[in-house]
Design a protein around this ligand. Structure first.
Ligand code: 5AD
Ligand code: SF4
Length: 436
């Protein structure tokens, strides 16, 4: 028997890339590959890339530059680029870095085994199509069915039709496509058999999901009936797709966790309009109000862009005001990054120092809120899905229903258990708890 070949995958960007990397590793299992955690002993290296901001895309080229000497030492090593940079730049990647053998876009992963065979035979392979066939079906069950971490991602929707003026996703991931509910349910049951207790449903615009006649909430209600599946989350959503039943589900489905990532991007109506967001600050706040009425303890999270072209001090202040009103448990803020080919790319930029200063101001407000919410958890009883053992004896780590990382001291539970705990301390990035 020949020794298995080793595959090293480095994942950048969002959770969907994490999911895609897992599926690619499984698909390559069928080609005799096992995963390795180090580039040095790999026979094939795949970078699963992100194109959302310029920095993310540039990182890929510097990483490829670092990998090239490895290939000089080991000519049989194959290097591939997957993900959104692959989709956006295609053959240009091989021109800029000839050490790259293979470029595969996010919609063509199921063709990876055939592409690998082609590069093994000495050629190069490029596929950035949006093929008709269902990649999820082609990827299914290729690899060995190993035990899984109790919390897993499950992609249910891909692509986006919203065309926010700053965003590359509608171009790199294409039009909105939903997987049929039956397939998602089948995959969820399979994950449960492999030890999964919590799924996070993924999509670039997941609440536009239409693979179930009842939309995303219909899918969630069906998933909640799957035996052994204890927790459901979904990300990432658009405020305009928070329909009545999805909001109601937050109050009615106990398996749906009280945490919601609902990006708004800006608190200024002028900027929201220029961003082509199709909602106002006020309509966003109304949605939040209704979600909080359905599930009063819900923790909210959001995304913000500062320094969007033409953003004035008053626009920025409107964003600060919206953050003060919502008080997010978590929030991610980014400085606007020009993406070639998007409508906003043509517009006049805000002075870089002004944008930097705004980012800092916003981030310190968000961090203060985050900290206050973490501290308000002290003394409360929460449930934690145990995901792994901690460094100290008797310590276990997991996530609360609110997605806080929790260290449980003197824990008597096992990985995959949902432990009832009392929070005793709030640290910078985690909470400490006592097992009840
Ligand atoms: N510049 C800065 N941030 C961006 N995002 C998307 N496109 C850009 C861009 N061009 C942010 C948005 C989105 C998150 C995933 O990334 O806030 O919600
Ligand atoms: Fe990009 Fe999200 Fe806007 Fe779609 S809704 S274009 S993924 S920011």
């Amino acid at each position: 028997m020949t020794a298995p070949k080793k595959l090293f995958i480095k994942t950048y960007g969002c959770q969907m890339n994490v999911y895609d990397s897992e599926r690619m590793a499984e698909a390559m299992g069928g080609q005799g590959y096992v995963e390795t955690q180090s580039a040095d002993d790999a026979d094939m290296i795949l970078l699963n890339t992100c194109h959302i901001r310029e920095k993310a895309a540039e990182k890929v080229y510097s990483e490829l530059g670092r990998l090239k000497p490895l290939k000089d030492l080991k000519p049989d090593l194959k290097i591939g680029v997957a993900g959104c940079v692959a989709q956006a730049e295609g053959a240009e990647i091989m021109r800029r870095q000839p050490a790259v053998d293979l470029v595969v876009g996010p919609q063509s992963y199921h063709r990876l085994p055939a592409m690998e065979a082609k590069v093994r035979a000495g050629g190069t392979a490029l596929d950035t199509d949006f093929p008709e066939e269902d990649k999820f079906e082609h990827l299914k069950g290729r690899g060995p069915k190993g035990k899984r971490n109790p919390a897993a991602f499950l992609t249910v929707q891909e692509g986006c039709d919203k065309f926010c003026a700053f965003c590359v996703v509608p171009y790199t991931r294409g039009a909105e496509v939903s997987r049929p509910a039956a397939r998602v349910l089948e995959e969820a049951r399979d994950l449960v058999e492999r030890g999964v207790r919590e799924v996070t449903l993924l999509g670039q615009n997941v609440n536009a999901y239409h693979g179930h006649e009842g939309g995303l909430s219909g899918l969630i209600r069906d998933l909640a009936k799957v035996d052994g599946l204890e927790r459901i989350r979904y990300t990432t959503s658009h405020p305009n797709d928070m329909d009545d039943d999805l909001i109601a589900a937050h109050g009615e489905v106990p398996e749906l966790m009280p945490y919601l990532h609902l990006p708004v991007q800006s608190g200024s109506d002028h900027i929201l309009k220029r961003m082509n967001r199709s909602h106002t600050a006020e309509s966003y706040l109304r949605v939040i109000e209704r979600i909080r009425a359905a599930r009063p303890d819900i923790i909210l999270s959001g995304d913000f862009i500062v320094g969007f072209p033409e953003e004035t001090d008053a626009d920025f202040e409107a964003t600060m005001e919206l953050v003060r009103q919502v008080k997010y448990g978590y929030a991610y803020s980014f400085k606007y990054s020009t993406r070639p080919g998007t409508p906003a790319a043509e517009r006049t930029l805000v002075d870089v120092d002004v944008a930097d200063a705004r980012l800092q101001t916003l981030q310190s407000l968000i961090t203060r809120h985050q900290r206050e919410i973490q501290e308000s958890m002290v003394g409360r009883d929460v449930s934690v899905l145990i995901e792994r053992a901690g460094r100290e004896a008797g310590q276990m780590l997991g996530k609360s229903e609110y997605l806080h990382s929790v260290h449980i001291e003197n824990c008597t539970g096992q990985i995959g258990d949902i432990a009832k705990v009392r929070i005793v301390e709030a640290k910078t990035n985690s909470l400490t708890a006592r097992h009840l």
